[in-house]
Design a protein around this ligand. Structure first.
Ligand code: ADP
Length: 451
């Protein structure tokens, strides 16, 4: 009906900012490429937002790694301790997840590392490891400037963490000191990596074409294998192999304002109310910590404009910041028919009353717009790397709940990357299994093998 048409036309005017053309994504790619080059050059790194940290990981696994390793995974929702037994292609992993209370996430560094050391002490006791010598690989997924494989200074906290007194410190030393206090086990911290590097290592273990790792979880980040001659920042030796894994930290892309031409009013509002305003702007358009909130802000706006949920109660939970989880976006988009079973479940959970089928349709539409833009931006980043490396075949190791559980992310990315890469370059997106656990153990194992 004509009235409906105008409703949709009006809605369009509030969401058109999420629909970007291929040309726009190509513009994003060339900006990103330029920023990554600035990050790699020592002369320009200081003012580059994308830090392009060399990781000191120089070799990928070759399958001969052997032994028993501890791995830690800290960097988002959960903290895990793992015992990884490697023997050629067979891998055995035992792990336990521990909670990091909000109080500790926003407390002091000493409290954080004491808590971690307590968990490790308990884990080694429970697994009968007290007498054993244990090399440890630490997956620490925050931006760090590395000075060695096991020396990493925190540049800044992201993703909801803000522990006092850690920025600028070597997190391996902080962990080492906490461990000395808390356990008698003989633990040697051999390597520290972030989750993207762990993910890359884990998939590269069985796939020689894998040289890019991507995380789409609480945050968004990527790493890749770069030739030393392109790494102006490199301060280590130039011996064989003349390559090093670069942790891009591309979540900070846009922090200098270069992405303002694609950011919407919703992105700006989300940023204003975040704990790190003005920071991690690319990440805030892509990752699991933020997508749900962007959707919520759009729904809120459409509601106040009288275009959605007519007659809704202002006290409804939909109007609470942070109340719309990214997993809802996955659930809503899994509704393929007009019964909207999952959408209704979400709306019920948020205590939205008296919604219509038309409302459900609009909610699903908003979710697809926001998740598509996220998938396309991540694709632009990957296509930039694939083009830069120029290998005829490239496997990209991917991990993170957003990629894993969103029903369309994988396909959206596959199609968009196809559109954006240079003709002739083949690629595949491979879901990585337990990248942060297995990957950290593999880094430690490769380091021990090369000693
Ligand atoms: P992390 O990145 O913290 O190590 P995850 O990869 O599990 O851990 O990512 C957690 C993020 O994924 C959270 O921000 C959460 O909102 C999001 N998430 C969890 N479940 C889903 C889902 N089913 N669909 C989309 N996003 C999800």
């Amino acid at each position: 009906s004509p009235e409906q048409l105008t409703r949709y036309e009006k809605i369009e005017s509030f969401v058109k900012g999420f629909k970007l053309s291929s040309l726009t994504y190509k513009r994003v790619m060339s900006l990103l490429d330029e920023e990554m080059k600035n990050g790699l050059r020592s002369q320009t790194n200081t003012y580059a937002d994308i830090k392009m940290f060399p990781t000191f990981v120089r070799s990928l696994p070759n399958g001969s790694e052997k032994g028993q390793f501890l791995a830690l995974d800290l960097g988002g929702t959960n903290f895990r301790v793992l015992l990884v037994k490697l023997d050629g292609n067979s891998i055995d992993i035992q792990s336990k997840t521990y909670l990091i209370p909000q109080k500790i996430m926003l407390g002091t560094g000493a409290q954080l590392f004491d808590h971690i050391a307590d968990c490790i002490a308990k884990f080694t006791r429970d697994h009968g490891l007290l007498g054993e010598r244990l090399p440890l690989g630490f997956t620490f997924s925050f931006p760090c400037k590395q000075e060695g494989l096991n020396i990493a200074r925190l540049s800044k906290w992201t993703k909801g963490f803000r522990c006092e007194g850690v920025v600028g410190q070597d997190i391996c030393r902080l962990l080492h000191e906490a461990l000395k206090k808390k356990t008698s086990a003989e633990i040697e911290i051999v390597a520290v990596v972030n989750d993207a590097v762990g993910t890359l290592m884990s998939t590269a273990h069985g796939d020689n074409n894998c040289e890019i790792g991507l995380i789409l979880g609480t945050g968004c980040n990527a790493c890749y294998m770069e030739r030393l001659e392109n790494v102006g920042l490199w301060e280590g030796d130039y011996s064989y192999p003349e390559q090093v894994v670069i942790n891009t930290e591309w979540g900070a892309f846009g922090d200098n304002g270069c992405l303002d031409f694609i950011r919407t009013e919703y992105d700006r509002e989300l940023d204003t109310f975040s704990i790190n305003p003005g920071k991690q702007l690319m990440e805030k358009m892509i990752s699991g910590m933020y997508l749900g909130e962007i959707v919520r802000l759009v729904l809120e706006r459409l509601t106040t404009e009288g275009l959605l949920f007519r007659g809704i109660d202002r006290e409804c939970e939909l109007f609470e910041r942070g109340r719309f989880f990214t997993k809802y976006v996955s659930e809503i988009e899994s509704d393929r028919d007009e019964f909207f079973r999952s959408t209704k479940q979400v709306l019920d959970e948020l205590q939205v009353e008296n919604y219509t089928t038309e409302d459900c349709k609009i909610v699903r539409y908003i979710c697809t717009l926001v998740s598509s833009r996220a998938a396309f931006l991540a694709s632009s980043g990957l296509a930039t790397l694939i083009n830069k490396l120029g290998r005829p075949e490239m496997t990209i190791a991917v991990d993170g709940s957003l990629y894993r559980f969103h029903p369309r992310f994988h396909n959206l990315m596959r199609l968009k990357i196809q559109e954006l890469v240079k003709p002739g370059l083949k690629f595949s997106l491979a879901l990585s299994h337990d990248g942060s656990g297995k990957g950290a153990a593999l880094v430690a194992a490769v380091a021990m093998r090369l000693r």
